[in-house]
Write a protein that binds this ligand. Structure first.
Ligand code: ATP
Ligand code: MG
Length: 351
């Protein structure tokens, strides 16, 4: 008993948002300790890992053929198990060293997309255990995002969250500590980058790199007409001459490109609203929809969603960190918030 309390006090339990685009780690009692892109650079010849996180991201699209900078998660789920595990181990070790947590290996709470299969859940838990966690718990990302946005998820009045990340957009209605309805679609920030690449190809005969497309999205991307026009320069390769070319693109053109993804996201939000049980609908109409994830930073997305749904729409504070802050709130008070964790067929994992 005394030992239990002793361990509680010194434990450096951690919360992890293992995202397609970014991985964030929250350390109990300390806050967000890691915020890096989910990228790993691997030497294909030796299978050796050369860099992880920001350092690996700098290599994207610039590596010699035998070195690949890969993202171990695709569409929100683990696509390369070993590399995911190495990435997790690297991040867990990093905070472990920083916090002198020599006493005990950390307990870990990890956000996963809603609606992943048992096999996928198992893969995340195994990756965390193999990477050095003593126990691993899962929470659905929209639940974590709602908790991180300070919504009272244990209340009976219900709330609605839309988390638009890199790989997935997740829409959920939460009440009494559980997810009442959810929809996870594999169209989010990455697909928006692809929309811009496609647009440049079709309209300017210009081949863009992914990072350039993402820069354009952040600089001038929008979901709703802007008051002042914005323009961005895009550099790529002319598909006809094969030579470098620079083209100016306007916010209206980028919006036209992004609409391919935005329409799908907005329709999914509408579909979820149609399924909200009548008892909850008036609460949610009153409280509105909360937007989280990096996609929430797209200019005018709140207006577009409001126009389509007629509901009040709020952007979460610091949308990129909502999920990890939610996992952090859970690790700070695991006993009270246990009910929000994902029940898995294999139960609580101990090792
Ligand atoms: N200002 C911005 N405007 C538009 N999109 C943005 C902006 N800032 C970040 N993004 C996009 O947000 C996405 C990353 O968001 P986030 O970190 O929430 O995703 P993730 O949690 O890693 O992914 P997922 O939840 O799908 O696994 C990227 O696609 C990025 O381009
Ligand atoms: Mg996410």
């Amino acid at each position: 008993m005394i030992f239990d309390r002793f361990y509680q006090r010194f434990s450096k339990d951690i919360g992890i948002d293992l995202g397609t685009a970014n991985t964030l780690v929250y350390v109990k009692g300390k806050g967000i300790a890691i915020n890096e892109p989910s990228v790993v650079a691997v030497n294909q010849r030796t299978k050796q890992i050369l860099a992880i996180g920001s350092e690996a991201r700098r290599m994207v699209g610039r590596t010699p053929p035998h070195i690949v900078a890969t993202r171990p998660l695709v569409d929100g789920v683990i696509s390369d198990f070993e590399i995911t595990e190495s990435m997790l181990r690297y991040f867990i070790d990093k905070v472990h060293v920083q916090t002198y947590a020599f006493l005990r290996r950390p307990r870990v709470v990890i956000g996963i997309p809603s609606g992943v299969t048992e096999v996928e859940k198992r893969a995340v838990v195994d990756a965390a255990l193999n990477a050095g966690a003593s126990e691993a718990y899962l929470v659905e990302e929209p639940m974590a995002a709602a908790i991180g946005s300070r919504l009272n998820v244990q209340d009976a009045s219900g709330c609605m969250i839309v988390d638009i990340g890199g790989g997935t957009a997740e829409i959920a209605v939460i009440s009494l500590g559980g997810i009442v309805i959810s929809r996870s679609i594999r169209i989010a920030g990455d697909e928006m980058n692809e929309n811009i690449i496609q647009y440049a190809r079709d309209n300017f005969n210009l081949l863009l790199g992914i990072r350039t497309a993402e820069d354009v999205k952040m600089k001038v991307g929008s979901a709703y007409p802007l008051e002042e026009p914005l323009y961005a320069q895009m550099r790529g390769r002319d598909l006809v001459s094969g030579l470098p070319k620079e083209v100016t693109i306007s916010d209206a053109q980028v919006r036209e490109a992004l609409m391919h993804s935005l329409r799908v996201i907005v329709n999914s939000i509408k579909n979820v609203i149609e399924e909200i049980p009548p008892e909850l609908i008036s609460d949610i109409m009153h409280k509105g929809i909360v937007l989280a994830g990096g996609g929430a930073l797209l200019r005018g997305l709140d207006k577009l969603v409001h126009e389509a749904t007629k509901m009040p729409v709020h952007i979460a504070e610091d949308p990129l960190t909502c999920v990890v802050r939610g996992t952090g709130i859970i690790v700070e008070d695991l006993e009270t918030l246990r009910e929000v964790l994902v029940p898995t067929e294999f139960g609580r994992i101990l090792r």
